[in-house]
Design a binder for this molecule. Sequence first.
Ligand SMILES: Cc1cc2nc3c(=O)[nH]c(=O)nc-3n(C[C@H](O)[C@H](O)[C@H](O)COP(=O)(O)OP(=O)(O)OC[C@H]3O[C@@H](n4cnc5c(N)ncnc54)[C@H](O)[C@@H]3O)c2cc1C
Length: 430
Amino acid sequence: MRPSPETADNALYLHQAGPEPRFPPFERDGRTGIAIVGGGLTGLSTALHLAEAGHDVTVLEAEVPGWGASGRNGGQLNPGLKFNPSWFLEHFGEAQGRKIVDFAWSTVEETATLVERLGIDCGMRRCGTLRAATSEREAEAVRASYEDMRAHGMPLKWLDKADLAAETGHEVYHSAFLDPRGGEVNPLQLSRGLADAAAQRGAALHGASRVTALRRAGDGWELETNGATLRADRVLVACNGYADGLVPGLRQAAVPVFSSALASNPLSGSLAKTVFPSRRVLYEAGLVTVYYRVDPDGHLIIGGRGPMRPSSAASGMTAVANRAVELWPELAGHGWKHAWNGRVSITKDHLPHIHAPDTGLLIAYGYNGRGVALATALGQHLAAALADRSGASDLVIPPSSMRKIPFHPFWPIGVKAAVTFARLRARLLR
Ligand SMILES: Cc1cc2nc3c(=O)[nH]c(=O)nc-3n(C[C@H](O)[C@H](O)[C@H](O)COP(=O)(O)OP(=O)(O)OC[C@H]3O[C@@H](n4cnc5c(N)ncnc54)[C@H](O)[C@@H]3O)c2cc1C
């Protein structure tokens, strides 16, 4: 198979996860109970749970399972969503709001339990997530989140500048909260582990199978790929930031922003002691988020905004590289061994969405850059909705209608302007 120009061939994880697994293309007409379009964490976790419950399920992935954001992200397992728990209770009402909060803040626990149950070797560690404020103004928002989550009984800890300096090895931040439930994982190994587990339980997984048409056929659906037709009773579309024109309007319902990541040469000697010594995972507050961790092999993996096109050159990711040296000047000249980027799906309201536009069709996407635990944990809920003919009505994230974002074709310009503005604002407020 010819690699797509968006393949992250310089991603660290490709060197750690061993040879690419083989999943044959779907090439002969067939039928299945439930078809899943997209083999990322959303699709794979759903397939696994369906196969475990004895359902006939087929995954059609355009490249290879784990190829998208799921196999190339920052590997941070961060509990929760962008807004505070109280916001969900206010906006969705007590009962539904509570359901969303309970789900979203337990996704890391759910993911860890699943990984342990399946015995997936993916370097998972529950090391805790730090959410750091880079300015006094940001500290107010981070503190408000902290207070809100504490009021909902969550086990967070507040860190002031001195505590944080001991954790990070630098004095750049104002303050932070620590959520001890967070963690890290090798995301490609997690994706491949889920794919293997699903296949072992009877799911049919196909790579090199881009679905080029999806249409209603009687009570069910027909999907076309590689000139063959797959008939299915129900379908899940799980393409997130890589959604193409398969479902009209889906690509325009979110902005597929690129996130860039760099991995350093392994840290050793004094660098290993001074660069992020606490070995937790951290993401900065603010619009232009920088996130980082040091993996078990000693690579500093740091990510943030970069080119809004596919790239695997560290030279194009200067904003992230410069930020790393701003945090730890001793890193200057240490070298970036791996560079890659991928698409995250940013929705207008910054919330994940599930659509159920027709009988037997579900669409799940829009994790807004925090889908590792979320998508993995959502799989069992999507599986339950797909398995049950009554569908999506009881889902943990209530189905919404699909809405196109105005001026969508101009998103690269909009993102560039927003990033420039946010950087400027952050600089002025520092
Ligand atoms: C650089 C980067 C860093 C990130 N860091 C973090 C992090 O640290 N923590 C965190 O929680 N989240 C992070 N994220 C976000 C997270 O990776 C995603 O939210 C999550 O992986 C989404 O999973 P998914 O299965 O929905 O989509 P994806 O993994 O993107 O999978 C979608 C798949 O659909 C396939 N596809 C598309 N169209 C078709 C078609 N027509 N037919 C068949 N297949 C198709 C694609 O090939 C792709 O493999 C990051 C993302 C990136 C890119």
